[in-house]
Design a protein around this ligand. Structure first.
Ligand code: NDP
Length: 263
């Protein structure tokens, strides 16, 4: 039986074991999926091999360590420097980034949207902004501190510090920060959001499993909202296609995996 796991710190809250085990069980694939609390990201490769795993997903804060641990990277993972899925093939570790295509699929229903404002400039913003740029979206990145904006400036994005930003109109406003994940904070000052949100077609949060203060505020402005559940589902579906070596169709995997969101 093949063994898979999610590596991260923390991992106790992760839905990934449930998502993947539902697929393995219902499609009769001989595998199981657990969780592994990895404190030191530098040990990722060693632990993966010691545990005899076939594949892993990687969550916060180890996606850059995962990138460094691989023998081979797909083109997109190589460009963004972050890996959230690793599969062992013939003793070599192959790395992929499924967060970004998962995110793209999650926002596909917002047709006609071309201008996007990201609140936040962390690892998730790096990969998702790149795929949006590839698809022709115009993406502006705001962050509360300067350091993380430098990467985006180098890649040709419009960037600004939240405190210096002169508001204008965007089709989609997306919370890419962890503000609201474990606290009740907004990703930017309420006054700024009260100006930006009413001009948007939709507000999206990558946080899932709760109504964040950001999405609550968007609802108060009667703007359509979406949380991070679909992104989580679709990154998992694409990861599972790699894990099962493309034995099943996307639809077959999605059908089983989405049951994890109603349990
Ligand atoms: P990082 O730690 O790499 O980046 C965090 C970002 O949030 C930084 O830009 C940071 O700004 C900003 N930030 C944190 N707290 C606040 C705050 N109170 N106010 C304003 N800005 C803040 O995180 P990730 O990019 O890895 O993750 C971001 C979010 O995406 C998390 O909530 C995570 O759960 C979610 N996520 C969801 C996924 C899904 O499938 N739905 C997949 C992956 C991630 P600064 O630079 O100033 O510190």
């Amino acid at each position: 039986m093949q063994q898979f796991a999610i590596f991260g710190n923390p991992v106790i809250h992760s839905k990934s074991p449930l998502m993947h085990n539902l697929v393995f069980k219902h499609l009769d694939y001989s595998a199981c999926y657990g969780r592994y609390l990895l404190e030191d990201g530098a040990l990722l490769r060693e632990k993966f091999l010691d545990l005899g795993l076939k594949g892993i997903n990687i969550t916060v804060p180890h996606k850059e360590h995962a990138y460094q641990a691989c023998d081979f990277l797909d083109d997109f993972a190589k460009r963004v420097g972050a890996v959230n899925t690793i599969v062992e093939k013939d003793g070599k570790l192959h790395g992929y980034n499924t967060d970004a295509p998962g995110f793209l699929k999650a926002i596909a229903s917002f047709k006609e949207s071309k201008t996007v404002l990201f609140l936040g400039a962390g690892g998730t913003a790096r990969s998702t902004s790149m795929i949006l740029q590839d698809k022709g979206y115009s993406v502006t990145i705001l962050n509360r501190s300067k350091e993380r904006l430098e990467y985006f400036e180098e890649k040709g994005f419009e960037t600004a510090l939240i405190e210096e930003f002169q508001p204008s109109s965007f089709d989609l406003i997306i919370n890419m920060t962890s503000a609201g994940l474990e606290d009740d904070s907004l990703p930017a000052p309420k006054k700024l959001l009260d100006t930006l949100i009413p001009q948007a077609k939709a507000c999206i949060d990558v946080i899932y499993g709760k109504e964040t203060p950001f999405l609550k505020l968007a609802k108060e402005h009667n703007i359509p909202t979406k949380d991070g559940s679909d992104m989580l589902l679709y990154q998992g579906v694409i990861a599972c296609e790699h894990f099962t070596n493309h034995k099943y169709t996307t639809q077959e995997i999605e059908e089983e995996m989405k049951q994890a969101f109603i349990l």
